[in-house]
Design a protein around this ligand. Structure first.
Ligand SMILES: CC(C)(COP(=O)(O)OP(=O)(O)OC[C@H]1O[C@@H](n2cnc3c(N)ncnc32)[C@H](O)[C@@H]1OP(=O)(O)O)[C@@H](O)C(=O)NCCC(=O)NCCS
Length: 193
């Protein structure tokens, strides 16, 4: 819960679907200029984001979202994997300014590592600007090896092999997330009726 949030705000996490492309676009456009630069590694235009969001969600990616009162405020994207055991993938994160530094990025990171693990990904990469202390702090919580070069910081996380427990954990979380999401949509519809 953030100090900028209503006390009774409804919070939820869930995987994003292709139909969330518009919510992703609006979320990325809402990032303040510094967060936008940190997310994409360079300042990018609205046009770039619009095009990016249109193509980001689909079978080639797994994205998790953080919602406050039904509005997407944080996203973790896992992409570049090919469904090959022992493969590699890249992850990227964005949390809107008012919701940063409250543990949301850490929660999204954990879900992303679990999703990667359950898809046979053994190496997960996160690229970030060298001055991105938060991303570096989160990566270290997940035992990432962090290196720097002229392009910035690079975190490499070794994902353990999937097992019955890790698959069960993701399925259970997805089920709970979906139930939360349906209940919250229903209660918002009742409140606005
Ligand atoms: C990076 C980002 C995803 C992190 O999400 P978040 O919700 O703000 O992060 P969390 O609150 O989960 O964790 C931040 C951690 O950084 C630590 N931190 C914050 N400022 C810090 C600083 N100046 N130096 C060191 N650590 C710092 C916090 O203490 C926290 O660690 P803790 O939980 O051990 O206390 C978010 O800030 C963001 O979207 N930034 C802009 C986009 C971006 O940088 N994306 C990453 C590149 S893909």
């Amino acid at each position: 819960m953030t100090t900028n949030m209503k006390a009774n705000a409804q919070i939820s996490f869930r995987k994003l679907w292709a139909s969330d492309a518009m919510a992703l676009r609006v979320h990325l456009l809402r990032l303040d200029p510094e967060s936008r630069r940190m997310r994409f590694g360079t300042p990018v235009t609205d046009y770039f984001i619009e095009h990016y969001a249109q193509n980001a969600l689909g079978s080639h990616s797994i994205a998790h979202g953080y919602f406050v009162d039904g509005v997407l405020r944080g996203v973790a994207e896992l992409r570049g994997f090919r469904g090959v055991a022992g493969g590699e993938a890249e992850a990227a994160f964005s949390v809107e300014n008012d919701f940063q530094n409250k543990g949301i990025g850490t929660e999204l990171f954990g879900r992303t590592v679990l999703a990667a693990r359950n898809r046979g990904i053994s190496k997960l990469f996160v690229n970030f600007l060298s001055q991105n202390a938060r991303m570096q702090a989160i990566a270290k919580k997940f035992d990432a090896v962090v290196t720097y070069d002229s392009d910035g910081g690079h975190a490499q996380i070794e994902a353990p092999r999937a097992n019955a427990l890790s698959i069960w954990k993701e399925a259970l979380t997805d089920g709970q997330d979906l139930a939360d999401s349906v209940m919250q949509t229903h209660s918002r519809a009742l409140r606005s009726a």
